[in-house]
Design a protein around this ligand. Structure first.
Ligand code: SF4
Ligand code: SF4
Length: 511
């Protein structure tokens, strides 16, 4: 097999800096070179015509092309297309740049000698490479989406609409994630569940989406045509085929535990519906709270269930999926403010913005009424503290870019729906309202009798009577403080638990 070498002279300009004729003469004597050719401008058509001409004139064993030119960026794709058009393997194209780091930076004689070396190497490379065999390999055409929050839901629905079979794996017993629990969205003040709820239902009704709730990805094995994914489905102890979510089991269950899906501001039973909008709308038993599963006696739920849906023999199930692509949409958790004592999470009347959202949600556990956790009374003076766990080199350096807006949204909601007489202050480092209509939202909230205090939190303290004091360094560097009977921490976002482990399984590098 032999090589065809083409020289691009860039009009005649390259010839002023490089002795192309001498170079061509040198190249034509190299073993394996079938023919050479000079052209003022190289493009797809010139190349295609020339290869066809070479082949018609006896060059049938030519299988490689060396293009002696400038930067490969401009020519690689067009020349490869030309080679394909002429029936050659496009991978047999070798481009050597004799312009930028050769002709343009050396004297002509020196550049010509250097170019000889560069072109000889390119010819050897072309001669020694073997054309690749083209094979059509059918990849697995199903997709795995990990995470059933709003991003994973939307990705699944979009793929299903395109006719792709989707396996949606969600760790929790319901899809939806955090977004539908936030009450309202900013800056439009839209109802969060009105946005998330219909999409959640669409997932439940979509034939092309297999919902694997209460499940986790255990092992991912990369294959030439996609991935084999081993998924574990945790036991529900309630037969989802039989459960009609009548709630009789929940009513009868004697165990109450903190409901973390509401930020711990309410309780739930050991057998429960994850939330009123859960998809799938099926009950589940918490094995760590259930008396029968922990202590071996009770089974009251089993007695009252009209459909014999309780199944204490339920166990882990495993499933292998074969997918062509994986979408990771594992979402976020709130930074855990218990990690630093200055935030005062140990005090009853210190909560975070997620908990506040659950208080303010009309569909939430308090039906939208905000009270102090300590005594159930309406708060009189609220202080919101920004950048909790964010923009702090000792904790997390990043800005979560939503906490400023969340605080302002909640401050306005409190003024509108809980009482204009409630005094609200927002202690901020900077207000970051970087989004469409965010600045307008900020300007609107500022006119709503909400105090913006520029400063850095020092510590939250509780007095013996339960009153709180927020101590801070103000914008002028002076120590200052303000009393409060309810402190709201605007905690930043961190990757959801398990993200590091999952990234390792998937071989994803983290920034
Ligand atoms: S009583 Fe049975 S059918 Fe009703 S919610 Fe409980 S498990 Fe489901
Ligand atoms: S067996 Fe468990 S889930 Fe059922 S009622 Fe008793 S404690 Fe509740």
């Amino acid at each position: 097999m032999s090589v065809f070498v083409v020289f691009e002279t860039f009009g005649e300009t390259l010839k002023e800096r490089l002795d192309i004729d001498a170079l061509e003469k040198y190249v034509s004597k190299i073993d394996g070179v079938y023919d050479t050719f000079q052209t003022p401008l190289l493009n797809q058509k010139t190349m295609l015509d020339k290869i066809n001409e070479v082949k018609q004139n006896g060059g049938k064993d030519v299988n490689s092309v060396v293009a002696v030119t400038g930067s490969r960026v401009r020519l690689e794709k067009p020349l490869q297309r030309a080679m394909e058009g002429a029936g050659l393997d496009p991978n047999q194209l070798v481009i050597t740049n004799v312009r930028e780091q050769c002709a343009l930076v050396h004297e002509k004689a020196e550049a010509t000698e250097k170019a000889k070396g560069l072109v000889r190497v390119a010819i050897e490379k072309a001669r020694l490479s073997t054309p690749l065999e083209r094979r059509i390999v059918q990849r697995f055409n199903e997709v795995l989406v990990i995470g059933g929050g709003v991003s994973g839901i939307q990705a699944s629905l979009d793929l299903a609409k395109l006719g792709v079979m989707v396996h949606l794996v969600e760790r929790e017993p319901t899809i939806g994630g955090m977004m539908p629990l936030l009450g309202k969205t900013f800056p439009e003040d839209s109802c969060a569940i009105c946005i998330g709820g219909p999409r959640m239902m669409d997932v439940g009704n979509e034939q092309s989406i297999e919902l694997l709730d209460n499940s986790e990805v255990e092992v991912v094995i990369k294959m030439p045509v996609g991935y084999r994914v081993h998924v574990k489905r945790k036991p529900r102890y309630v037969d989802a085929e039989k459960c009609v979510a009548c709630g009789q089991c929940t009513e009868r269950c004697p165990v109450s535990v903190s409901d973390l899906s509401n930020g711990g501001i309410s309780t739930r039973k050991a057998v429960y519906l994850p939330n009123p909008n859960a998809i799938p709308r099926k009950h589940i038993i918490d094995p760590e709270a259930c008396l029968y599963l922990t202590k071996g006696s009770c089974r009251l739920c089993e007695r009252v269930c009209p459909n014999q849906a309780i199944n204490f023999k339920d166990e882990e199930k495993f499933k292998d999926l074969y997918v062509g692509s994986i979408i990771v949409a594992t979402g976020v958790d709130n930074w855990d403010a218990r990690k630093h004592p200055k935030y005062g999470v140990q005090y009853k009347n210190v909560i975070d913005q997620f908990q506040l959202a659950r208080y303010l949600d009309g569909e939430g556990p308090t039906a939208g009424i905000l009270t102090k956790p300590s005594d159930g009374q309406k708060p009189k003076k609220i202080v919101m503290i920004q950048c909790v766990g964010s923009r702090d080199p000792e904790i997390n350096p990043w800005c979560s870019r939503y906490c400023c807006m969340a605080a302002m949204k909640h401050a306005e909601e409190i003024k509108l729906h809980q009482g204009a007489d409630i005094d609200i202050s927002i202690l901020f480092k900077d207000i970051r309202a970087g989004g469409k209509y965010y600045e307008e939202f900020y300007n609107r909230v500022k006119t709503n009798s909400i105090n913006f205090i520029h400063g850095n939190l020092d510590v939250v303290k509780e007095a013996e009577d339960g009153g709180l004091t927020v101590e801070y360094i103000d914008g002028k560097g002076q120590r200052a403080s303000t009393p409060s009977d309810l402190v709201i921490l605007s905690t930043g976002m961190v990757p959801s638990r398990g993200t590091l482990d999952l990234a390792e399984k998937l071989g994803i590098e983290l920034g």
